[in-house]
Design a protein around this ligand. Structure first.
Ligand code: COA
Length: 171
């Protein structure tokens, strides 16, 4: 049976750090499913369809057998529905470890068959986060080396629309 690894996240938006991890995972595991969280826990800036669309575009550039799905509810249930038992999570810095280890232990308690694999980010992406990317883009900074081209376009058009709306609202 094919070993399927699941890479879950909010991807608000997907960054080159996430894409790099997906690429590396797909060179290790025969199949990778990227699970985009549809839960409102983080009140994402981009809606679920937009985030799934951006992830799909980014993984098309990665090669390999990669599927993109959206999930709601418990991650362990979604992992099982994918026919998988491996969750991949990225570790950028030691500060990620506390939250990630808690999540891995909790997921194991919910489903002892689920195993979490951690992959260390490359130095280039160790400081990247979706929040930083949004903040930089909102202030007109260059994010072209941080996100896939389609994401950069989405950010630019969203922030220029918001600016126009704000200007209109201030009249
Ligand atoms: N490159 C760039 N950024 C990275 C990264 C990488 N390799 N790895 C993590 N990040 C950043 C993300 O950009 C994000 O930044 P932000 O906080 O600025 O937005 C942050 O790290 C964490 O995001 P993400 O990896 O998307 O994880 P998450 O914490 O948003 O999502 C879920 C975690 C969806 C897996 C988790 O909430 C979940 O399982 N939800 C389902 C409900 C459930 O089962 N709960 C019980 C869990 S124990």
């Amino acid at each position: 049976m094919k070993t399927i690894a699941v890479y879950p996240g909010t991807f608000d938006p997907i960054t080159n750090g996430h894409a790099e991890l997906i690429r590396r995972a797909s060179s290790i595991f025969p199949a990778v499913v990227v699970l985009v969280s549809g839960s409102p826990r983080k009140s994402p800036f981009f809606n679920t369809e937009e985030r799934v669309g951006m992830v799909r575009e980014a993984v098309d550039l990665c090669g390999g057998t990669i599927e993109v799905k959206c999930f709601k509810g418990l991650l362990v249930d979604a992992v099982r529905e994918c026919g998988a038992h491996i969750i991949i999570r990225g570790l950028r810095a030691i500060s990620d470890f506390e939250y990630e280890s808690q999540m891995a232990l909790m997921n194991r308690r919910l489903d002892p068959a689920v195993e979490t694999f951690f992959m260390i980010s490359t130095e280039d992406h160790a400081y990247l986060s979706s929040s930083f990317v949004k903040e930089i883009a909102s202030l007109g900074g260059d994010v072209s080396t941080m996100v896939p081209p389609g994401v950069e376009q989405m950010l630019q058009s969203r922030f220029s629309r918001l600016k126009t709306e704000k200007r209109g609202g201030n009249k």
